[in-house]
Write a protein that binds this ligand. Structure first.
Ligand code: ATP
Length: 331
């Protein structure tokens, strides 16, 4: 389990991000609904939740692969949602992404050294004569043999290719790494090695990592904090090592399907009842109301509860909960 001691210093401040997609016939799909989160320097922040809850859309807004509909994402004092042209290009040096599928991420005709050094070429930060040495340095960082610099990606394993993807993402020495399901295409044993590698690089470089992941057991072991999304909303933020103390009925339901499996003895695996509502017709009130066995007629169906403080670095958005301390929640 990872320590949850965090500095006050944050590298990203996501404020009230809304992302809507037009889906025809005048209808609008809300993929992210007023998301506010901070990413602290040197932390790994997991974004978890069922398929379609808006995790990748949020990552793409951070990477500026999508424009937000409204809201801000501050990197230092720069609102990256407003950057254009050369300013936007320069910002990409600081925030890099590792994609899910290492098998389709690279041009098969490029040598490993050119794949790794491509971001440096893009910023005119390297001469061709320096590429081999730089690529070897990055291969050492991701614990791959240096002598593969002149090879092509085709004959490498998925795990090796993902290490190359990490080397390429880190070659510009970014402050933030966004990993969108970066291990889910790999075998379980390889997943663990890639996660350990990311953690050891993080210790050396104080990198901040956003880790989008379905695997709650992995998040529990490797991340500092977890933000739980449901239907485009952040419903709970808490120390990842305290996931089992989650307060939001959705997080609790999500966890019941994972953690009992790891305990000996008798148990039944509980799954979430009902269907996730369509993000095209978001209900008024709490997004989880129709699947929540504790839903109250008054309140839950009328307004979305704000994130309320539940403990150190722990906030949950539920009408059943009170604020532990009378203060505005800052996730
Ligand atoms: N370009 C798009 N146009 C329209 N709808 C989109 C677009 N991209 C995503 N969506 C919708 O937005 C919602 C959130 O999708 P998103 O990919 O962010 O979810 P996710 O939590 O990352 O899911 P998964 O875990 O399956 O990757 C989904 O309903 C999805 O269908």
């Amino acid at each position: 389990m990872t320590s949850t001691k965090l500095g006050k210093d944050y590298v990203l401040n996501i404020q009230h991000v809304v992302k809507k997609f037009p889906v025809g016939e005048g209808k609008v799909l809300t993929a992210c609904n007023d998301v506010s989160l901070k990413l602290y320097r040197g932390e790994s922040l997991a974004i978890v939740g069922e398929s379609g809850c808006g995790k990748s859309t949020l990552a793409k807004c951070i990477m500026r692969l999508h424009d937000v509909t409204s809201g801000s994402i501050f990197y230092g004092d720069q609102d990256i949602t407003q950057l254009k042209g050369e300013d936007l290009r320069q910002m990409r040096k600081h925030i890099q992404m590792v994609f899910q599928d290492p098998n389709t991420a690279f041009d098969p005709k490029m040598k490993i050294k050119d794949i790794i050094c491509e971001p440096l070429y893009n910023f005119d930060m390297i001469k061709p004569s320096e590429a081999e040495e730089k690529a070897k340095e990055m291969l050492r960082l991701v614990e791959l043999p240096e002598d593969i610099v002149d090879r092509y990606p085709a004959n490498m394993s998925g795990g090796q290719r993902q290490r190359i993807g990490i080397a390429r993402a880190l070659v510009l020495n970014p402050e933030v790494l966004v990993c969108d399901e970066a291990t889910s295409a790999l075998d379980v044993s390889v997943q663990k090695k890639i996660v350990d590698l990311l953690l050891s690089i993080q210790k050396k470089t104080n990198l901040s990592i956003i880790f989008i992941c379905h695997d709650l057991a992995l998040v529990y072991q490797m991340c500092n904090r977890a933000a739980v999304m449901y239907l485009g909303n952040v419903v709970e933020v808490l120390p990842a090592g305290k996931l089992k103390e989650a307060k939001h009925p959705y997080t609790q339901a999500l966890l019941r399907s994972v953690f009992p499996l790891r305990e000996k003895g008798t148990h039944t695996v509980q799954t979430l009842e009902g269907e996730i509502p369509s993000p095209v017709n978001l209900p008024t009130g709490c997004p989880f109301q129709d699947r929540c066995c504790e839903c109250m007629d008054h309140g839950c169906r009328e307004t979305m509860a704000p994130l309320k403080k539940q403990g150190i670095q722990h906030y949950a958005a539920c009408h059943l909960l009170d604020d532990e301390v009378q203060e505005t929640a800052q996730s």
